[in-house]
Ligand binder design. Structure first.
Ligand SMILES: *Cc1c(COP(=O)(O)O)cnc(C)c1O
Ligand code: SF4
Length: 338
């Protein structure tokens, strides 16, 4: 029995996540019907879904409230007419990703760690996504295409941690993921492997026994950074998936984005932190929205953000208060806002 399976054997562990993904909701009409939303949502949803397609797994839709047009989970995925508004200060590459590209698929901005755009695919399309305009089609697909990135990692001994990001790296097959992990493991100065993924939240089935095996059966220390913005996202099978990760021995952190109408309230953020901590997941970052075109309606002022963090400090243990940060182009780290 493997390390992972000794923890996981009692859980239901199927490899059906590809199937579940294939059945994700992609048609705005279907989402509107499933949730009993008014007909006047249809036309703008179709229009803006052409800019950035709708995609949401059914298990995530199941956590939304029927008939609620302001449901905090729905707002994260429903294409709205307001996305078409051009707002000054909101651009295609708000975080300066383009300038930090050191090889195809490799971004290096910060000391000691580098990020691989492992895939452009995601299981969910978040309307506020900072990479919604990222030129994914320029990035590597086949293993051989990754070699230039691996070679940069090999020659730069200052890098100790590789972050698999995207898109969502857990959209890769186990086969591809384990090939990448093995290649990284062969680079002596690398010590940590970090995975940035929203799949444990939106497609909890992805946390399979064989995934845990891949993450645990190599010498790199694994860290998983998941992405949940609202406590209701942690319901259903998600809670069990997070427990599987935590109990397997992987350090699990959460990053959230501060979003108007979704989590811009001290009660919601407190509840999010409480639930995460109770599952063994540490709140890591609360991100100020990156100013990417089409997302202006989600923006919360930094002043409000600071007030919210101050309230969290009054209500929660210190370790349950995320760092409120912003990513500014050219900075050597995410910039703290408090
Ligand atoms: C956000 C980010 C990281 C990770 O930053 P941490 O503060 O270590 O979480 C690394 N590389 C890039 C390019 C990033 O955008
Ligand atoms: S899962 Fe992450 S990368 Fe994918 S759309 Fe959502 S925020 Fe963007």
């Amino acid at each position: 029995m493997t390390i992972a399976s000794s923890f996981a054997a009692s859980e239901s562990m199927t490899d059906d996540w590809h199937q579940t993904l294939a059945h994700a909701v992609r048609d705005p009409d279907e989402l509107i019907e499933l949730l009993g939303l008014p007909d006047n949502f249809r036309e703008p949803a179709h229009r803006t879904a052409r800019l950035f397609p709708l995609m949401v797994p059914r298990e995530y839709v199941a956590r939304m409230e029927y008939g609620n047009t302001r449901d905090p989970l729905l707002l994260q995925v429903l294409p709205l007419g307001v996305e078409e508004h051009d707002v000054e200060g909101f651009d295609a590459d708000a975080v300066g990703d383009g300038a930090s590209r050191r090889a195809p698929g490799l971004l290096h901005k910060y000391a000691g760690r580098a990020l691989l755009i492992a895939t452009g695919a995601c299981a969910i399309h978040c309307r506020y996504c900072f990479r919604r305009h990222y030129p994914y089609s320029d990035e590597p697909r086949r293993m051989a295409d990754w070699e230039p990135a691996f070679e940069v990692l090999e020659t730069d001994e200052t890098i100790h941690e590789v972050i698999l990001s995207g898109g969502d790296p857990l959209m890769l097959t186990d086969q591809r993921l384990s090939e990448i992990v093995s290649r990284l493991e062969s680079i002596p100065h690398l010590t940590r492997l970090r995975i940035h993924s929203r799949l444990p939240i939106v497609l909890p089935e992805r946390v399979t026994e064989s995934l845990l095996d891949i993450l645990l059966s190599n010498r790199l220390t694994p860290i998983m950074v998941v992405h949940a913005n609202h406590p209701r996202e942690l319901e259903g099978t998600c809670a069990a998936a997070l427990r599987r990760l935590v109990r397997s021995g992987i350090t699990v952190l959460n990053q959230a984005v501060l979003l108007r109408g979704v989590n811009d309230s001290a009660d919601v953020l407190t509840d999010l932190s409480e639930r995460l901590i109770n599952l063994g997941v540490v709140p890591y970052y609360l991100h100020q929205l990156d100013r990417v075109s089409g997302t202006a309606h989600f923006e919360v002022s930094k002043e409000t953000g600071r007030e919210l963090i101050a309230k969290l400090r009054e209500r929660l243990p210190g370790f349950a208060v995320p760092q409120y940060v912003q990513e500014l182009p050219g900075e050597l780290n995410k910039t703290p806002l408090t």
